[in-house]
Design a protein. Structure first.
Length: 505
């Protein structure tokens, strides 16, 4: 039975369907590839926001890479170093030293401050909420936090990143400029005289409810109520009276307006609500005399010897997210600090990255740092050294010295009798004669005689000393011909006579 072939129209339809399916697959793959490429290109580069080290090798929002890039773009020569600042440093550079996971030792602080006194520049900043020994050496102690004074960079565009605004800090730590107490004056370095403030923060802050914090709380605690006196915080809060030119006046007005609008919308049909909304809208803000701000330095600059120092009380000034914010103007403060340290010329800036490297020290490293870096550790080292000196000077030896026993070895010629007896027992007369001749040649051969054999040496020796010719002949004959064992004493006497004759000058 013949197989029926498919019709041409059916084959054409199948081929067309396969081509359409292939085109659809390619189109879907192209769309997916395009979407993946678009997502990869539009996804911003993210870095770990938990990294708060002031390192210039990371682009994270909490790092200080933008400060180094800004200095490089403005003409400064920037480099980093992974070595500790221990050796003699160049006094023509600017050293940017920030507190980090690796603390500075006393020797490193001494070397750095010595370079500054010789003319170097120093930009120093602490870590987050941790004391920095280098600031203590400069007489700087951190104090309270306040609202930092912004320095906008001209007309700032509108912020498009809502999370970036949350990462920018408007409150920063300040330096404590108060004189230390008498009990601690001897142990503290005084605040630098003639220090200039490059960035300040106001410790007197007005809350959105009109309450003042900081020094105003102390002022309000002693203020009495009555005619002709300033109203207290409770009076201002209850009556809506706030300082007209204070920072919280606008916030209080916005809060009152929003509260009035909310209540008016909820009670539009109620006359009591409408009356309250109208009363709030018509209330008048009565101006009262404003109080002077309590400004404390967040960034100070001062002279140290022939060099200059710029110190920051808060490390957030140098962070990337803080410097990117145009309204705060932290980048301008950093540039002012570098200009002050440069003294009119573009000096090389060295970022000490060694102190930003994470540490993974063992117990031995921690113990050595405690012994070398603390008073108690150095006292322990002193006691150990004193004990070793006493042990070496007065102590007994733990093990008694072992002396080697020495035995005196005699010449073979002094054992002629014993050797003669031994060789006589074995009838080794030729061996005895050869050993005696070899011993005489080793003792008296010199110059070209050393190359002769024993028989030639005895012949040459008898020619120089005719008195031993007979003895030399006896030894030479006994070397080749066996002799009776009774002839060994004669061989001994002949060898002794030859040796004595050769020793006679």
């Amino acid at each position: 039975m013949a197989t029926r072939s498919p019709e041409p129209s059916t084959l054409a339809e199948d081929a067309l369907a396969r081509r359409r399916a292939r085109r659809g697959t390619l189109a879907i793959a192209a769309v997916v590839l395009g979407l993946v490429t678009l997502v990869v290109l539009l996804t911003p580069v993210s870095d770990s926001g938990s990294d708060t080290r002031l390192t210039t090798r990371s682009y994270g929002p909490g790092n200080a890479r933008l400060a180094a890039d800004l200095a490089r773009r403005l003409g400064w020569r920037v480099r980093t170093t992974d070595a500790p600042l221990r050796v003699a440093l160049d006094s023509t550079n600017i050293y940017a030293v920030f507190d980090g996971p690796t603390p500075m030792s006393t020797a490193e602080r001494v070397a750095l401050l010595d370079a500054v006194r010789r003319g170097a520049g120093l930009l120093v900043a602490p870590a987050t909420e941790t004391p920095f020994a280098l600031l203590d050496s400069l007489g700087l102690r951190t104090g309270e936090a306040g609202d930092v004074t912004p320095t906008p960079l001209g007309g700032c565009p509108r912020e498009t990143d809502p999370l970036g605004v949350l990462r920018v800090r408007s409150r920063m730590v300040t330096f404590d400029t108060a004189t230390p107490k008498r009990s601690s004056t001897r142990s503290l370095v005084p605040y630098p005289a003639g220090a200039r403030t490059l960035l300040a923060s106001d410790l007197r802050v007005v809350t959105p409810f009109g309450a003042l914090t900081g020094a105003d709380e102390r002022d309000d605690s002693v203020a009495a109520s009555g005619a002709g006196k300033l109203p207290t915080r409770a009076d201002r809060l209850m009556s809506g009276v706030v300082t007209a030119d204070s920072a919280g006046a606008a916030a209080v007005r916005r809060w009152n307006d929003s509260a009035a609008a909310t209540r008016a919308s909820r009670s539009a049909d109620s006359s009591a609500g409408a009356t309250f909304a109208g009363a709030v809208a018509r209330q008048r803000v009565t101006p009262v005399p404003s109080r002077a701000p309590d400004l404390q330095p967040t960034m100070v600059a001062f002279q140290l010897g022939r060099g200059r120092v710029v110190a920051l009380a808060d490390p957030d000034v140098l962070r990337t997210d803080q410097m990117r914010n145009c309204a705060m103007g932290s980048a301008l403060s950093v540039v002012r600090a570098l200009e002050y340290l440069s003294e009119g010329r573009r000096r090389e800036i060295v970022f000490a990255e060694y102190y930003q490297l994470p540490r993974d020290d063992g117990a031995g490293v921690v113990l050595m740092e405690w012994l070398r870096g603390t008073d108690a550790g150095r006292a322990v080292l002193t006691l150990i050294a004193a004990g070793l000196v006493l042990l070496f000077a007065r102590g007994r030896r733990t093990l008694a010295p072992v002396y080697r026993a020495r035995e005196e070895r005699r010449s073979a010629l002094e054992h002629v009798d014993a050797l003669a007896t031994a060789w006589q027992a074995v009838r080794g007369t030729r061996t005895v004669a050869r050993m005696l001749a070899r011993g005489i040649r080793r003792r008296h051969a010199a110059g070209r005689w050393r190359a002769m054999d024993d028989a030639e040496f005895l012949t040459a020796l008898s020619q120089r000393h005719p008195a031993i010719a007979d003895d030399a002949a006896i030894l030479a004959r006994a070397m080749h011909d066996p002799a009776a064992p009774t002839a060994l004493p004669a061989l001994r006497q002949a060898a002794a006579h030859i040796d004595a004759e050769c020793l006679t000058p």
